[in-house]
Ligand binder design. Structure first.
Ligand SMILES: *Cc1c(COP(=O)(O)O)cnc(C)c1O
Length: 404
C-alpha cells in the first residue's frame, strides 16, 4: 500500500475536482439581459412601473410550481428568510413550541425564536442523521404547534411517518429542504409534502444564485401571508404604501432570480451525476473499517447529495483522531470537513437561553457531531477517477494508521 501524503507519499488526487458554482455563457446572457432591462427588482408589484420587462422572479416562481408540483411558490432573499417567513405565516407566536431536529444549520431553530416561539430539539436517527420520528412523542406538549423536518445532506427525512404523526397530533409541518432541492421521497418532491417547503439558493447549495430562497406551498392562506411578510407587510392586494402587518424586506432581486432560473436547467443532470458517483463511493468505502457510512432509506427515490456524509469511529482506531483523519485526507487533495461544531442547542446563543439540558436527551446528535465527516457536493460532480481517488486516499489512511 502506498504511503499517505502526510507520511511522504504522493497525493491520491491527481487532477482537480469540478469547481462550484458552475456557469456558462447563458448565465452571462440572462444577467446582462436583466441589467439592460432596467428592471432589477420586484418593484412592479401593484402597478408600479415595470419598464415592460419580463420578470425572472415570476418565471422562477412559475417554474418552481411546476417542478415541485405546488400550487404556490414565493422567491425570497435566502433560505433563512424563507424559514423566518414560513414560521411566522403559520401563526407561531409567543410561547408556541416548534419541534426541530438537533442536528442542522442554526436557521432551522432561529426562525422559531424570531417569531417569539420556543424551539424544542428532537434527536436524530444515528444511521440517516435525520429527525427520529419514533422519539417525537416525548417532545410534544399542549403548546406544540409545528414540526420542522430537515432533509439533511439532501436525503429526505421519513416524511411518511412524520406526516402521519403530525396529522394525528394536529401539527403543521414545515420542510427545511435547504440542502435537498430536487430530492424525492417515494417519488414526491421534498418541499411539497409538508404544509410549507423552504429551499436555499446560497452559494454552496445545489442550486444557487449566490444568495436566495424558494418557498412552496399548496395552502393559499399561507402563501398570501408569506407574500405580504416578504414585502414589508404590504397588504396582499393593496397599494405599495399600504402595510397591514409586521413584515420584512426579504425580496430577491431580478439578477438572482435570472441566475437561479437559468441554473435550474442543470439541476436534474447534476443530481443524477451525484447519485451515480455517491453510489460508487458508498460501494467502495463499504469495504473499510474505521468509518461508518450513512444509510440510505429505501423509500428515498432521489437523494440530492448536498453532502456525502460518513462517520469516523474512534473506537476502531488507535492513537488517531477525526481531526488527524481530516488533515490527512486534505493533504491527499480531498476536501473534507467535520461539519457543525455543535448540535444546534450547544451553540453559545442557545446555551445562553438555557438549552444545555438537551445534551442529555439528544444522544445521537451528540455522537454524530463528534464523528461526522462531510465531503462537499462538488466532489461528486466529477468522473469515476475522482471517486476512485477519494477511495484510494481513505484506504491509504486507514491502512497506515490502523495501528493496534
Ligand atoms: C443553508 C441552510 C439554511 C439557510 O439557508 P441560507 O440561504 O444560507 O440562509 C437553512 N437550513 C439548512 C439545513 C441549511 O443547510
Amino acid at each position: 500500500m502506498e504511503k499517505p501524503t502526510i507520511l511522504g507519499g504522493l497525493k491520491s488526487k491527481t487532477k482537480p475536482f469540478p469547481t462550484w458554482p458552475q456557469w456558462d455563457k447563458s448565465d452571462e446572457k440572462v444577467l446582462l439581459e436583466v441589467l439592460h432591462s432596467g428592471k432589477w427588482s420586484r418593484r412592479d408589484v401593484n402597478n408600479v412601473a415595470s419598464h415592460g420587462a419580463k420578470s425572472y422572479i415570476n418565471m422562477l416562481e412559475e417554474e418552481s410550481k411546476t417542478r415541485f408540483n405546488s400550487k404556490y411558490s414565493l422567491t425570497v432573499s435566502s433560505g433563512t428568510a424563507a424559514l423566518d417567513i414560513a414560521v411566522k405565516a403559520i401563526g407561531i407566536s409567543s410561547g408556541d413550541e416548534v419541534i426541530v431536529p438537533a442536528y442542522s444549520f442554526i436557521a432551522t431553530a432561529t426562525c422559531v425564536l424570531h417569531a417569539g416561539g420556543i424551539p424544542v430539539f428532537a434527536d436524530i436517527d444515528e444511521d440517516t442523521w435525520n429527525i427520529d420520528v419514533s422519539k417525537l412523542d416525548k417532545h410534544v406538549s399542549p403548546k406544540t404547534k409545528a414540526i420542522i423536518a430537515v432533509h439533511f445532506a439532501g436525503q429526505p427525512a421519513d416524511m411518511s411517518d412524520l406526516m402521519s404523526y403530525a396529522r394525528k397530533k394536529g401539527l403543521i409541518v414545515i420542510e427545511d429542504a435547504a440542502q435537498a432541492i430536487g430530492a424525492k421521497w417515494q417519488d414526491t418532491n421534498v418541499g411539497s409534502i409538508g404544509d410549507i417547503g423552504c429551499f436555499s439558493l446560497e452559494m454552496t447549495k445545489n442550486l444557487t444564485c449566490g444568495e436566495g430562497g424558494i418557498i412552496v406551498t399548496n395552502n393559499e392562506d399561507f402563501y398570501k401571508k408569506m407574500y405580504s411578510l416578504h414585502l414589508t407587510g404590504r397588504s396582499f392586494s393593496g397599494s405599495w404604501y399600504e402595510h397591514e402587518e409586521l413584515g420584512w424586506n426579504y425580496r430577491i432581486t431580478e439578477f438572482q432570480a435570472a441566475l437561479a432560473y437559468n441554473q435550474m436547467k442543470n439541476l436534474d443532470n447534476q443530481i443524477s451525476i451525484r447519485e451515480k458517483n455517491a453510489a460508487k463511493l458508498n460501494d467502495l468505502l463499504s469495504s473499510l473499517t474505521g468509518i461508518r457510512l450513512t444509510s440510505l432509506d429505501p423509500r428515498v427515490t432521489t437523494h440530492a447529495y448536498h453532502l456525502f456524509t460518513f462517520r469516523f469511529i474512534p473506537e476502531e482506531w488507535t492513537r488517531f483522531s477525526r481531526k488527524r483523519f481530516i488533515l490527512a485526507l486534505n493533504a491527499e487533495g480531498i476536501p473534507c470537513y467535520e461539519g457543525y461544531s455543535y448540535p444546534i442547542y450547544k451553540n453559545p446563543l442557545f446555551l445562553s437561553l438555557g438549552y444545555e439540558k438537551y445534551s442529555l436527551i439528544c444522544n445521537n446528535a451528540e455522537k454524530i457531531t463528534k464523528q461526522s465527516l462531510w465531503l462537499p457536493q462538488n466532489v461528486l460532480l466529477g468522473d469515476e477517477q475522482d471517486i476512485e481517488e477519494i477511495f484510494k486516499a481513505i484506504e491509504k489512511i486507514r491502512y497506515h494508521f490502523n495501528i493496534k
